[in-house]
Ligand binder design. Structure first.
Ligand SMILES: Nc1nc2c(ncn2[C@@H]2O[C@H](COP(=O)(O)OP(=O)(O)O)[C@@H](O)[C@H]2O)c(=O)[nH]1
Ligand SMILES: [Mg+2]
Length: 475
């Protein structure tokens, strides 16, 4: 069947599989007519759910299911078109039969993301908001969820739209300059153009600077536990996660593989990785495990160096600091075994900011050789350690502020980089008058176009295609 933008489309909007309810959605000019051929009880009023029996148009006496039906009159719907939604029983078959009945009645199966694509084409959402819909569905961490909700709310769109308008005003100033080069006002307008251009470059850079926060929010910060065998790393990971995820044993060298557990922390989720102990070993398997540990340590955002005694901790911290660019947090384990005269916790994060006013008060007065003292058995020090991990992560990538929208996708990054480059080219040419004004202006327009493509203000077929075909069907 050829795909047409004015087809009425149908799809199951809920995930397949066993479940209480499935929702089948119709959208397009014929949605109501098609719905009347498959459902007996369409309510007279829009947005009011009614009970209906459902059947295929060619077998009206064989009910498929009873369910609820609601209709939305365009443009007051998700897609901006007439939309009908059937809520039927979940499971593998019912929704499939309802979709088939709608197709028999004249609908076309929707492509992936086609409902949201129509919402964009009908001006209900811009492209950046549409991407946020997909991000919201795909969100696996609170950080990713928060970013998606804000983007769907229009935080990034508003910023981009304001930037585009500012650039269009500069373009207008330029046009004046081009048309009336001999006017006296030309000089002040030149300075205004440069100021406005600098402002726009600053905003592009500010948005691009949020990329690391977006990546951490989506993927999590890599927090690696490292230290000698038997230091209590596996027990500590289990204690931090709150459940037994890795094997704890008194036999040194038990953990050979790296085990990764995602903990949904704020502002960023944490990828906690338990590793084989760092020591010279003759056992081939254990040696492989140790190499894996070293690789993880090298890539870590934060390394929790664990050891049972201050002396061993000191040595291991030195060794680890040499192979990681991440922040090193020293952790003295098995605090429950320490005698009352043993050293108490004091803060230490090598490679990160050393101390803050709130954390020093619990130290032993010797903050330079500080560590966090924990017990996986009693839970002592775990909250402090969690705080320390958060501090270490955010010392490298600050938590995103509430007023800066964050840039979440490679598509955004590419468009913003292009806009930034064009603006810099324009600025350079304009500042020294190197290029005739009309030529310089083409850089400015290219920057505007990059922003317009980003928010979908210009209808670029292949951009839409790229964005929406990665969506799920029914959205
Ligand atoms: N008393 C006490 N023993 C611990 C603690 N954490 C681990 N252990 C013990 O130390 C041994 C090694 O622990 P494990 O977590 O497997 O060490 P790993 O080799 O560093 O992963 C086991 O016998 C654990 O029961 C703790 O907080 N207190
Ligand atoms: Mg272990």
């Amino acid at each position: 069947m050829p795909v047409r933008a004015d087809d009425t489309i149908v799809a199951c909007a809920t995930a397949p599989g066993r479940g209480a309810i499935a929702i089948v959605r119709l959208s397009g000019g014929n949605a109501m007519a098609i719905a009347r051929r498959v459902a007996t009880g369409i309510p007279a009023i829009a947005r009011l759910a009614g009970l209906t029996a459902l059947h295929s148009p060619d077998q009206p006496d064989q009910p498929i299911d009873h369910g609820l039906v609601t209709w939305f009159e365009g443009p007051h719907s998700y897609t901006g078109e007439d939309v009908v939604e059937f809520a039927v029983h979940g499971g593998a078959l019912v929704s499939t039969l309802v979709v088939e009945a709608c197709v028999t009645a004249g609908a076309r199966p929707a492509l992936a993301g086609e409902f949201t694509e129509r919402a964009v084409l009908n001006g209900k959402l811009d492209l950046v908001q549409a991407e946020a819909v997909a991000d919201l569905i795909d969100a696996r961490s609170r950080a990713a969820h928060r970013a998606a909700v804000r983007q769907l709310d229009g935080a990034l769109s508003k910023r981009l739209t304001a930037m585009r308008e500012a650039l269009l005003q500069v373009d207008a100033l330029l046009a004046y300059d081009i048309d009336f080069p001999e006017e006296d006002e030309a000089a002040p307008s030149r300075a205004r153009v440069l100021a406005a251009c600098d402002e726009a470059i600053g905003q592009v850079d500010q948005l691009l600077a949020t990329l690391p926060a977006a990546t951490l929010g989506r993927e999590g910060a890599l927090v690696v536990l490292a230290g000698p065998p038997n230091a209590g790393k596996s027990a500590l990971l289990n204690a931090l996660v709150g459940e037994a995820r890795v094997i704890v044993s008194e036999i040194p060298g038990t953990t050979r593989d790296a085990v990764e557990v995602l903990v949904d922390d704020t502002p960023y989720p944490l990828r906690l990785v338990d590793t084989a102990g760092l020591r010279a070993s003759g056992d081939r398997l254990e040696r492989l495990g140790i190499e894996v540990s070293e690789r993880y340590v090298a890539q870590a955002h934060v390394v929790l160096v664990c050891a049972e005694t201050p002396a061993s901790l000191e040595r291991t911290v030195e060794a680890v600091a040499g192979i990681t660019a991440g922040v090193v947090v020293a952790v003295l384990t098995k605090a429950d075994l320490l005698t009352p005269s043993s050293p108490r916790s004091s803060r230490r994060t090598a490679g990160g900011p050393r101390s803050s006013a709130t954390a020093t008060s619990w130290g032993n007065g010797n903050d330079n050789a500080g560590f966090v003292r924990v017990s996986a058995f009693t839970g002592e020090g775990l909250d402090l350690l969690r705080e320390e991990i958060r501090r270490a992560v955010t010392s490298r990538v600050a938590a995103p502020g509430d007023d800066t929208p964050i840039v979440t996708r490679a598509r955004h990054e590419a468009a913003l980089r292009r806009a930034g480059e064009e603006l810099r080219d324009f600025r350079a040419a304009w500042a020294v008058g190197a290029l005739p004004a009309p030529v310089a202006a083409t850089h400015l327009r290219a920057a505007v176009t990059a922003l317009e493509e980003l928010i979908g203000a210009v209808d670029v077929e292949d951009v839409l295609e790229r964005v929406f075909r990665t969506f799920c069907v029914g959205k």
